[in-house]
Ligand binder design. Structure first.
Ligand SMILES: [Zn+2]
Length: 71
């Protein structure tokens, strides 16, 4: 998976987007509207564990969180 941090002009993280893969993160941010809204691709920031399940912002595939066991 890959995480994209959305920063404001003061480099404060204001939002976080999750992607099932680095590739989808790049694809998503290559779209001009998304890049304007969420900023440029910042490089790979993956190998993170999510506490809860989330969905890829690009393809909506489920990304499993570590507390999501047992169902
Ligand atoms: Zn995806």
């Amino acid at each position: 998976m890959n995480i994209h941090l959305v920063e404001d002009k003061d480099k404060q993280t204001v939002d976080v987007l999750y992607f099932c893969s680095d590739f989808h993160c790049q694809e998503f941010l290559l779209q001009e509207d998304n890049q304007k809204k969420y900023g440029k691709y910042q490089g790979w920031y993956g190998c993170q564990e999510l506490e809860f399940d989330d969905y890829c912002a690009y393809c909506e595939k489920k990304i499993k969180g570590v507390s999501g066991e047992g169902y």
